[in-house]
Write a protein that binds this ligand. Structure first.
Ligand code: SAM
Length: 215
C-alpha cells in the first residue's frame, strides 16, 4: 500500500529534497512562485485589490511558502501574517523578511486556529491537499470577508474536486482541479469573481485567481 505522509512531513520533504525545484541551500516554493509571467500579473492584480480600500486590510497569507509573493504585498496592507506548515521555512522567513506590520506563524491551516484578518490569500496551496483537509480549511475561511484563491487547474472543461493524497502533486494528473463552490464542498459565497487566468505554455494547465467575497 502507498504510504500516506502526514502533510507536515510531506511538505518538509518537498523542501528538503527540492521537489519543486531550486538549487541553492534556501527554500524554493516552485516555478509558480517565481516565473515573472505568473508572478507579475498576480502581484499587479492583488495590489490593485488591496489599494481599492480606504482602510488597508489585514491579510493572512495561508501557505505563504518562500514568500517571494507575499513580500511584494506587505506594504499595501495594515498587517500581513504569513503562515506555513514548515517550521524551518517560517524560521527562515522571520530572519529574512522584516517589516513592522509583518509576522509569521507556523501552523497547519487544516488543523490549527487561524489568525484573524479581513482577507485570506491562499495561493497554490489547496491544490496540494486532500479533499478532507480542504474541507477543514474551508470551514475556517468563513471567518474572512475576502478570500483570494489561486489554483493550478486543467485547461478547458474538467471534473472538479477529484480526491487525492496531500503532497507535492496536484489534481492535474487526474484531469481535475479545485473548484470550491462545486460539490462536495459547495462553499457558500456572496460573490465569485475571477481576477486572473494565465495559461501555462505546456498547453495543459491554467493558473486561475479568484476573489471570493463572503457573507
Ligand atoms: C506551492 S507552495 C506556494 C507558496 C506561496 N503561496 C506562493 O504562491 O508562492 C505551497 C505552500 O503551502 C504550504 N502548505 C501546504 N499545506 C499546508 C497546511 N496544511 N498548512 C499550512 N501550510 C501548508 C507548503 O508548506 C508550501 O509552502
Amino acid at each position: 500500500m502507498k504510504k500516506v505522509w502526514p502533510t507536515k512531513a510531506a511538505m518538509e520533504q518537498v523542501y528538503a529534497k527540492k521537489l519543486w525545484g531550486g538549487d541553492d541551500a534556501g527554500f524554493y516554493s516552485g516555478v509558480g512562485s517565481h516565473d515573472p509571467e505568473l508572478v507579475t500579473p498576480y502581484i499587479t492584480t492583488v495590489i490593485a485589490f488591496l489599494k481599492s480600500f480606504k482602510t488597508p486590510l489585514v491579510v493572512c497569507d495561508l501557505g505563504c511558502g518562500d514568500f517571494n509573493i507575499g513580500k511584494q504585498l506587505v506594504q499595501h496592507t495594515a498587517k500581513y501574517i504569513g503562515v506555513d506548515i514548515v517550521t524551518d521555512l517560517i524560521a527562515h522567513n522571520r530572519g529574512k523578511f522584516k517589516a513592522e506590520n509583518l509576522e509569521f506563524h507556523c501552523l497547519d491551516i487544516a488543523v490549527d486556529d487561524l489568525p484573524s484578518g479581513d482577507c485570506a490569500v491562499v495561493r497554490q496551496v489547496l491544490q496540494h491537499l486532500s479533499n478532507a483537509e480542504i474541507q477543514s480549511i474551508l470551514n475556517t475561511l468563513t471567518d474572512f470577508k475576502y478570500v483570494i484563491l489561486t489554483e493550478h487547474v486543467p485547461e478547458g472543461d474538467f471534473e472538479p474536486n477529484k480526491d487525492m493524497i496531500s503532497g507535492q502533486g496536484i489534481r492535474l494528473k487526474k484531469q481535475s482541479g479545485l473548484h470550491i463552490v462545486a460539490p462536495p464542498f459547495n462553499f457558500k459565497v456572496k460573490e465569485e469573481k475571477q481576477l486572473l487566468s494565465v495559461a501555462l505554455n505546456d498547453g495543459k494547465g491554467v493558473i486561475t485567481t479568484t476573489l471570493y467575497t463572503l457573507f
